[in-house]
Design a binder for this molecule. Structure first.
Ligand SMILES: Cc1cc2nc3c(=O)[nH]c(=O)nc-3n(C[C@H](O)[C@H](O)[C@H](O)COP(=O)(O)O)c2cc1C
Length: 481
């Protein structure tokens, strides 16, 4: 462990990295047109990815959640890769064909109910021998709400207060069984020891819970909690509640800044500086040499941003059909029909002045001599999130992150299914192991053990005995929701 922390507030870098796989529910980054592309929906694809990740000692197999197809000019966006089966069902199936890897399902608090969701996570945790985790998100768009919730969605501040009450209630459900709750004796009169299961009671604006939880604890006590959401409210929520943040800051300096910010918020919330781990979203394009990797990246991008994708991307901001424009020609001279831009529903709302944006983009592409396709490729490539290079160069780069403690690991989105992790596991992992920054075996059998997280202490009563005054006040406020 390094003692010279660049982070401050008592944070000590572990010097180690963990990997997770991140697979979105609906996405536009997976290459589905190459000869190497396999099915995006068959179980075999996911089995291959999960087993490869496990061979590479990945801590977690992570599924995002997309509850509704994105729409484009009022129609489902036919360029998206969609149809991935439901996360918890998929992870339950993967639990049967893997032994060690953690199984993380993204589930939002806005459109679920706590007693039901806590039970489903307990089920996955028990069935997998203590490998489940919940990536808590609040989901930021009204279009999902239209499909699920009377009156659309919750305002931003309410979403996080609602999320806090939700997570506190789920934790109380998971705390409700005593360790020796199952009588497990031939002479016992009842199956569970009398008085060993607490009822959970919550009455708030959005839901009421009067519940005697139905499942005992798992091998890791309860599911690990991830969080994804980058606003100040989202970060404070993570600082109080999460074990791991799935962050959007993979580039080195922003990752260090994010770590400093999270450590400060975590300490302020009364927890230890190392209590919340950070794993940013990332993409890896690797090859034996740096030049081969650059060539491979150009090939990947050409498949991710083909002519149709390039035009469709601009249509999101112009609000009109642009199919008559040549993707290899300049940006359209015609003006947008919308006043404000509204990127394809599902990607969030940009809200820039459309005509101003169009002028700016036309000037920018003209300056750089770019065609529509080249311009869109530049705008959409996840510059910050993509590590492109030789196995050895990228291993050196990642070792730097480990030493400073900028991150605890990376959540890798494979751009190819099902073989997108093969070169990472076959070539990058051994380079990282040789540098002493990556595990050479699983630390145990539960996800909590892989991540080095402590087993939670069961509060004496309710769910708040370990909480600080700050979070107690928030929890009380949240009870009003
Ligand atoms: C890295 C990352 C991954 C996310 N993955 C999902 C997801 O799979 N499903 C989802 O509904 N929201 C996802 N979110 C969005 C969160 O739901 C959150 O609602 C959104 O970021 C708005 O919260 P914020 O204002 O705190 O950023 C993700 C966010 C981040 C940063």
């Amino acid at each position: 462990m390094s003692k010279n922390s660049e982070i401050g507030n008592g944070f000590v870098p572990s010097g180690q990295l963990q990997f997770g796989v991140f697979f979105q529910g609906v996405n536009s980054g997976t290459v589905w047109k190459a000869a190497e592309s396999g099915s995006q929906t068959d179980f075999d694809s996911f089995r291959h990815l999960a087993q490869t990740a496990e061979r590479g000692l990945f801590a977690a197999f992570f599924l995002g959640e997309g509850l509704r197809l994105r729409e484009h000019l009022g129609r489902p966006h036919s360029l998206d890769v969609a149809g991935r089966p439901d996360a918890q069902t998929m992870l339950a199936a993967l639990a049967a064909v893997t032994d060690k890897i953690g199984l993380v399902a993204t589930q939002n608090t806005t459109y679920n109910d706590p007693a039901h969701l806590a039970h489903r996570f307990s089920s996955l945790d028990l069935l997998s021998g203590g490998r489940a985790a919940w990536n808590v998100v609040t989901t930021d768009n009204a279009w999902t709400g239209e499909n699920f919730r009377r009156g659309g969605y919750l305002e931003h501040a309410d979403r996080y207060r609602h999320a806090e009450a939700f997570v506190e209630t789920a934790k109380r459900i998971w705390d409700s069984w005593e360790e020796a709750a199952i009588a497990e004796s031939e002479t016992a009169a009842t199956w569970s020891a009398p008085g060993s299961i607490r009822e959970v009671s919550h009455t708030g604006q959005h839901y009421t819970v009067e519940y005697a939880p139905r499942l005992p604890r798992s091998a890791q006590y309860r599911p690990v909690l991830f969080q994804a959401g980058d606003s100040p409210e989202g970060r404070d929520f993570a600082a109080r509640q999460a074990d791991v943040i799935f962050s959007a800051h993979p580039a080195y300096e922003p990752a260090l800044d994010f770590r400093r910010d999270i450590v400060a918020r975590t300490v302020k919330a009364g927890r230890g500086p190392n209590d919340v781990q950070i794993m940013p979203a990332s993409e890896f394009i690797l090859a034996a040499t740096a030049q081969e990797a650059v060539d491979k990246k150009a090939w990947v991008r050409s498949l991710q941003i083909g002519p149709q994708q390039a035009i469709a991307y601009l249509e999101q901001f112009w609000g009109r059909e642009l199919s008559e424009y040549d993707p290899d020609g300049p940006l359209p001279e015609i003006d947008p029909v919308v006043v404000e831009t509204s990127e394809t529903r599902g990607s969030g709302f940009h809200g820039a002045k459309a005509r101003q944006l169009a002028d700016q983009w036309r000037a920018e592409s003209k300056d750089k001599g770019q065609s529509i396709r080249e311009f869109v490729s530049g705008k959409t490539s996840r510059v910050d999130a993509t590590f492109t290079g030789s196995y050895t160069d990228i291993a050196d780069t990642l070792a730097r992150y480990a030493k400073s403690g900028a991150v605890d690991g990376f959540n890798i989105s494979p751009w190819l299914v099902p073989t997108g992790l093969d070169d990472i596991v076959n070539h990058l992992v051994p380079e990282l192991q040789a540098r002493g920054v990556y595990p050479t075996e699983y630390a145990g059998s539960t996800l909590r053990e892989h991540l080095g997280l402590p087993v939670p202490e069961r509060p004496e009563q309710g769910g708040n005995t370990t909480a600080t005054e700050v979070s107690l006040q928030l929890a009380v406020a949240a009870q009003q929701l």
